[in-house]
Design a protein around this ligand. Structure first.
Ligand code: ADP
Length: 682
């Protein structure tokens, strides 16, 4: 049991029953019935929460775990809000310094720039302003007024244009909305060097990860001649950077300082050394509009919107959870324990910007998060998507994540095992120690201005049928684990993840997103060297056999694909889209330049069979891949008959499990009602 003393000095107790949904929750207040006791009598002590309206949403919607209490119900409850009134409208609560067994130890919010408002309470105990102040004291907003936007649009006509990369788009959005407060633009050289060397801006504020704008030399030259550069996001003009500084950084040294390695197995190093441009630029940044997002708009909030939303709910204590994965049971356990032990509301704040290559697509993940919301107590959880570009910088990244969550109004932040770690280096050793992130964040706890909730690794114990911190596992107990590789393999094969690992709500979404191979895309590319008309005949045979086996097939016509009729990249894109939707495409190649080169890319959507010519019997050169990506080159003799090519290709598709198992002839006869077939008269 975790004991907390509330402002009135009453003792209140959280029931340590996990997970939340096993507790009977008050449908009005969202607290467990009788979860804590005052003077021995079960009662609710809650803050009145206003329902969400377009006004307090700032125009955005909400996706919360359940119904929001009605204003009438909220008015009718005695609550902390009235006690908090003495603090002139600011939400205050008691400093929390620990919790019960198995729960988190909280690095307290304790002084420092983020906790102005620290005060003492009559009777001695300290109370702390718990709605986090933004880092640096004020929330930055770089968006300009309409009048200035019109002027800027005019001025921008003479500026060179730069289309932002995915990482740069994310950085720009968080700069614009204040997610990166106190930054007002991409770092200049002094701040950059200071951030790399000392994890601080030159003004002294903690800032562990450089946020820079990298450009190629010719764009820098054009921008310095014109005085600035117009920044575009997916074709939309979003900002103007007035050029004041440009320098060539030592990106290798940056990788070593920030990521602690120069090993290109680290995705951050790979990006820095091989995908970034050689010049960094800085100067005043004016934002015309935010980079557009078309999906999941009701669960996207700027820091300002999120703050008003949470204040509108009367949330005075909010623990934020970072993730870049679909939420598994261990994640669920962390969030439930942290929220329960802190008596806090929960902000599910997954990163949907840039994450580690190979991670589950954000659209799929968001569907998983949404599916999980009803498992939390009603009105106590909020889902909001964070457009952050992760650097996978482990310890430094954890510190950075905490600052970003503080800017979004969270009062606490969960840091578990190997937070933002990219896995293993090229020698097979982990890039970061599993608890290095917690150690670094702990060292800066006093000045961070957000409470950090560290967790030991949570493991599933078979005997307990539940999760416990690894240190609590008793001798003789058995822990179950699934590695990241095994997860990916199971998803790639459309196999189930076990229920102890994945909540059923998440499993159902993953199953939709990762269907069995027989429902995934297939693309067959026929070779140039196969002479006409045999190539067309072979294409027709393959299409017919795949259809017979139950596949929906698009047979691309060669006249459509003739050079000049349809650009190659468009054809490749359309083939990819058909595959994404689980269709099969048969493409008589030869006329589309570069199609074979696109095979690897198409293979991310399913099976690609690239048929080649050999002067020998047909043979497989590649075994079917164990991963989702599967690209096979099949060789057929130059004189092969169309039927033979069809047989070889369709056999390969079948043995790779991209066709449903063949129905035995007798069963097929029954199914099709063929004459002479045994009849089922029963
Ligand atoms: P990332 O840390 O890169 O976002 P995840 O999405 O897996 O990767 O993790 C989200 C958060 O949950 C991190 O704080 C991580 O340390 C923590 N975490 C994940 N799995 C566990 C676990 N089994 N035990 C303790 N903490 C965990």
């Amino acid at each position: 049991m975790a004991d907390h003393e509330d402002l009135a000095g009453t003792r209140r107790r959280w029931c340590h029953q996990a997970p939340f949904r096993h507790v009977r929750w008050c449908s009005v207040h969202g607290f467990p019935h009788g979860a804590w006791r005052a003077s021995g009598t079960p009662r609710h002590v809650c803050a009145p929460r206003r329902p969400l309206s377009a006004k307090n949403l700032g125009g955005a919607g909400i996706d919360s775990g359940g119904p929001v209490p009605s204003p009438r119900a909220a008015r009718g409850c005695r609550g902390r809000a009235s006690r908090h009134a003495c603090t002139r409208g600011r939400w205050v609560s008691e400093e929390t310094s620990g919790s019960g067994p198995g729960g988190p130890t909280v690095c307290p919010i304790d002084g420092g720039p983020g906790t102005r408002g620290l005060t003492s309470r009559p009777g001695g105990g300290r109370i702390v302003l718990v709605v986090s102040l933004p880092h640096g004291g004020a929330l930055v907003d770089l968006r300009v007024e309409d009048g200035r936007a019109a002027e800027l649009a005019e001025a921008a006509r003479r500026l060179p244009v730069w289309e932002l990369s995915r990482r740069q788009r994310c950085d720009l959005e968080l700069l614009a909305t204040g997610g990166f407060s106190p930054l007002r633009t991409f770092l200049d050289q002094a701040d950059y060097e200071s951030a790399c060397a000392a994890m601080r801006l030159s003004t002294g504020e903690l800032w562990p990860v450089p946020v820079t704008l990298d450009l190629p030399e010719q764009v820098v030259a054009a921008a310095s001649a014109a005085g600035g550069v117009l920044l575009r996001a997916r074709g939309v003009d979003v900002a103007v950077l007035w050029l004041e500084a440009a320098w060539r950084p030592d990106r290798r040294a940056e990788a070593a300082a920030v990521l602690g390695t120069t090993d290109t197995a680290h995705p951050g190093v790979q990006d820095l050394l091989h995908e970034s441009h050689p010049w960094y630029v800085s100067g005043p940044l004016e934002v015309l509009r935010l980079p557009p997002h078309h999906g999941f708009r009701t669960v996207r909030h700027t820091p300002g919107e999120l703050r008003s939303l949470m204040a509108g709910h009367g949330w005075d204590r909010v623990v934020a959870f970072q993730t870049r994965n679909p939420m598994h049971r261990a994640h669920q356990e962390l969030t439930v324990r942290a929220a329960r032990d802190l008596d806090a509301n929960l902000l599910l704040h997954p990163v949907v910007g840039v994450t580690k290559p190979g991670d589950v697509d954000p659209h799929i993940r968001v569907r998983c998060y949404r599916a999980l919301l009803p498992t939390y107590p009603p009105g106590r959880v909020l889902l909001s998507l964070l457009p952050l570009a992760m650097r996978m910088a482990g310890p430094r990244e954890a510190l950075w994540h905490a600052i970003v969550r503080k800017n979004h109004g969270a009062t606490h932040f969960i840091v578990g095992r190997d937070h933002a770690g990219p896995g293993e280096d090229s020698a097979g050793r982990p890039f970061y120690e599993p608890y290095a992130a917690q150690a670094l964040v702990g060292m800066h706890a006093r000045e961070l201005g957000i409470g950090v909730v560290p967790f030991r690794q949570m493991v599933y114990v078979e005997e307990l049928q539940g999760y416990v911190p690894e240190d609590d596992v008793q001798p003789g107990q058995h822990c179950l684990r699934i590695s990241g590789t095994e997860q990916r393999r199971r998803l790639a094969h459309g196999e189930e993840l076990p229920a102890w690992f994945t909540p059923p709500e998440v499993a159902a979404e993953l199953r939709r997103a990762f269907p069995p191979r027989s429902e995934r895309g297939v693309c067959v590319l026929l070779p140039d060297a196969l002479p006409d008309p045999r190539r067309d005949q072979a294409a027709a045979v393959i299409a017919a056999r795949l259809r017979e086996a139950g596949r929906t097939v698009t047979l691309l016509s060669r006249s459509l694909l003739a050079e000049g009729e349809a650009p190659s990249h468009l054809v490749v894109h359309l083939i990819g889209e058909v595959m994404r939707n689980g269709g099969a495409v048969v493409c008589p190649g030869g006329v589309v330049h570069g199609l074979a080169h696109a095979a690897e890319r198409l293979a991310e959507r399913g099976l690609v069979v690239d048929v080649g010519i050999a002067g020998e019997e047909p043979r497989l050169t590649d075994a079917p891949s164990a991963t989702e990506s599967s690209c096979t080159r099949l060789l057929v003799p130059v004189g092969a008959a169309p039927e033979l090519v069809g047989d070889v290709v369709v056999d390969h598709v079948r043995t790779s499990a991209y066709l449903e198992p063949a129905v035995p002839a007798a069963l097929r006869a029954i199914r099709d009602g063929e004459p002479g077939a045994p009849r089922d008269d029963g």
